[in-house]
Design a protein around this ligand. Structure first.
Ligand SMILES: *Cc1c(COP(=O)(O)O)cnc(C)c1O
Length: 297
């Protein structure tokens, strides 16, 4: 790929983190599950797309720790302001098969917007509490400041890059990396997987939360966060033609599989930026995983 793109390309293989088929969510769970345990919870409630990689890895963490895992899911949640996409998401195969093996209690709802989905999760949490259970709530994608902190730590594993490119959706991967690399000579680019500029608000909330959590004073603002929307495609969960091309190219060039929802879109950004000479020096593509979703599309 370096030769093809004319850049010095490296890939951080978080698709190979190893836990429950890998992916960026395993890092967040290392911290989130410690807090869940410390809180005395016996049940974790979250939400996501049916093909959520977070629900899959969370399901494994809960099973190991003897906690109940309850998730509100939709085949294809969308942003109300952009309308419902014509594409239909998949709530069979892929991650859903793995969720069942892990014993995740999946509650499926008709497609609606992200706020509907979060509301369903809160209803499920309240229902669990009425049953006498102690609930630990995790926001979509594990994107609390504590989840983001995992990526502040992760940045230390890959020093000395001029540019780091990652997929961005619920925001804690990009926020954590941007926070971790802040003040070093590394530019962090988040490629949005949803055409939703509101991701910036989540990033700002998360970097603010990281200051609170770590006692830091970075006070990062919009100028410190590079969110790129041009490779997001039509909607969350809808594969983009450029992403499909990127996925095929990397598979056939390196034998490395991307996923259609996140990393393929991010890598299509790498390809475009390399071709337009926007990228130079040592470039790190942070592969966030998600490959089980290949078997659902
Ligand atoms: C969740 C996910 C992302 C996005 O990470 P966020 O921290 O939610 O922004 C990227 N790639 C894959 C494969 C994911 O599962």
């Amino acid at each position: 790929m370096s030769e093809l793109l004319g850049i010095d390309l490296w890939i951080k293989r978080d698709d190979l983190t190893g836990f429950a088929l890998g992916g960026n969510k395993g890092r967040k769970l290392e911290y989130l599950m410690a807090e869940a345990l410390a809180s005395g919870a016996d049940t974790v409630v979250t939400c996501g797309a049916a093909q959520s990689n977070f629900v899959r890895q969370l399901g494994a963490a809960c099973a190991i720790l003897g906690m109940r895992c309850v998730a509100a899911v939709m085949a294809l949640p969308y942003a109300e302001i952009h309308g419902r996409p014509a594409f239909t998401g998949s709530d069979e195969g892929g991650n859903v098969v793995l969720d069942r093996i892990l014993g995740v209690e999946l509650h499926s709802y008709p497609d609606g917007d992200w706020e509907d989905l979060a509301r369903h999760a809160e209803e499920l949490a309240l229902e669990q509490e009425r049953l006498g259970r102690t609930v630990y709530r995790i926001p979509i994608g594990g994107s609390s400041a504590l989840g983001a902190y995992a990526f502040v730590e992760a940045a230390k594993e890959a020093p000395g890059f001029d540019v780091v490119v990652t997929a961005s959706s619920s925001g804690s991967t990009q926020a954590g990396l941007a926070y971790g690399y802040h003040g070093l000579d590394t530019r962090v680019i988040g490629v949005a997987c949803d055409p939703e500029p509101e991701i910036m608000e989540d990033l700002l909330r998360l970097v603010g939360g990281l200051d609170d959590l770590t006692g830091g004073r970075k006070a990062m603002g919009e100028a410190d966060l590079e969110l790129r929307l041009e490779w997001a495609g039509e909607a969350y969960g809808v594969p983009s033609p450029a992403g499909e091309e990127a996925l095929t190219l990397l598979a056939r060039t390196e034998g490395i599989f991307l996923d259609p929802v996140y990393s393929a879109k991010a890598f299509s950004g790498v390809i475009d930026m390399a071709r337009s000479s926007e990228l130079g020096g040592r470039v790190l593509f942070w592969h966030t995983g998600g490959t089980p979703a290949l078997f659902a599309e």
